[in-house]
Design a protein around this ligand. Structure first.
Ligand SMILES: [Zn+2]
Length: 282
């Protein structure tokens, strides 16, 4: 089943990888979308709502407080590990992830751009001060002891579904330095990825000779733009994703599979190839 992907790696030396939520589902972080590309949960937090409305921030931080422990406890799964190994073998030009869970880094990926930032830190929108997310968690709990008693389902951005709790009671900690509004250092829906981060990814893409999409439906433009650019450059694009992607019509190869099985099949083929050539040298 994975021969075509193994061939794709045989033909191309330097692959630009884009990963999405499907890579982290096996780590217990749920996917945003179903196999038809529709939202599974309520729509994620919108940037304009977060900045403009105190109630939106109350809703976000209440749900985020509940979702954080599970997010923090998530561990890299075999897909993250296999991808880090492919990087060590020199087969990847760069990895760009749409995920904000930090799991690629923890698995050992180094040439990595976290396109949408990371939930591990929080910044002040007024003065730019940065604090660890864990500190925010302590401050939220100190101001809202009741949050500790709630449990809820967790969504991919660390958000959670808090049915029946009145979030307008939540007291949100402000920046200790200037009193400004604190925001997780992630790109919300409706917010632009910083320009220099996008340019860094385009530069990496131009150094590659093919692109591989893992576990993303490409419904969000911030990731889809790299597929468009790869196609514009005449670069073949492969995808491993359960369900449709926005680029299905343009893909050189599409596998409906879980990412770990696909990547491990590629690694096994490399190992066997290495064993074969060692045999020939003897
Ligand atoms: Zn501040």
């Amino acid at each position: 089943m994975f021969t075509a992907l193994t061939d794709f790696f045989d033909i191309h030396d330097s692959i630009f990888v884009l990963t999405g939520a499907g890579v982290s589902t096996a780590s217990g972080i749920p996917d945003y979308r179903d196999e038809k590309g529709d939202w599974k949960h309520s729509r994620p937090m919108d940037y304009r709502d977060f900045v403009a409305a105190h109630e939106a921030r109350q809703r976000y931080w209440a749900r985020s407080f509940i979702g954080w422990p599970r997010f923090q406890q998530a561990r890299p799964n075999p897909a993250h590990v296999a991808l880090a190994r492919l990087e060590q073998l020199g087969r990847l030009a760069h990895t760009v992830t749409q995920n904000v869970d930090g799991l690629h880094q923890r698995a050992g990926s180094q040439r990595l751009t976290e396109l949408h930032g990371s939930l591990a830190s929080v910044e002040c929108l007024a003065c730019g001060a940065i604090i660890p997310r864990a500190t925010m968690q302590h401050r939220l709990l100190a101001s809202n002891p009741v949050l500790n008693h709630l449990s809820a389902r967790v969504a991919p951005d660390g958000d959670a579904d808090l049915s029946g709790y009145d979030e307008t009671d939540v007291r949100i900690p402000d920046c200790r330095r200037c009193g400004g509004t604190l925001k997780p250092r992630v790109v919300f829906f409706g917010e632009n990825v910083p320009r220099e981060r996008v340019e860094e990814c385009y530069a990496a893409l131009r150094r590659a000779d093919a692109m591989l999409v893992l576990g993303s439906s490409l419904m969000v433009y911030s990731g889809f733009r790299f597929v468009r650019e790869a196609l514009r450059l005449g670069m073949p694009v492969a995808a491993v994703n359960r369900g449709i992607t926005r680029a299905d019509d343009s893909l050189a190869l599409k596998l409906e599979s879980d990412c770990a099985s696909a990547l491990n099949a590629v690694l096994t083929a490399f190992d066997n190839g290495a064993a074969d050539s060692a045999q020939r040298e003897l």
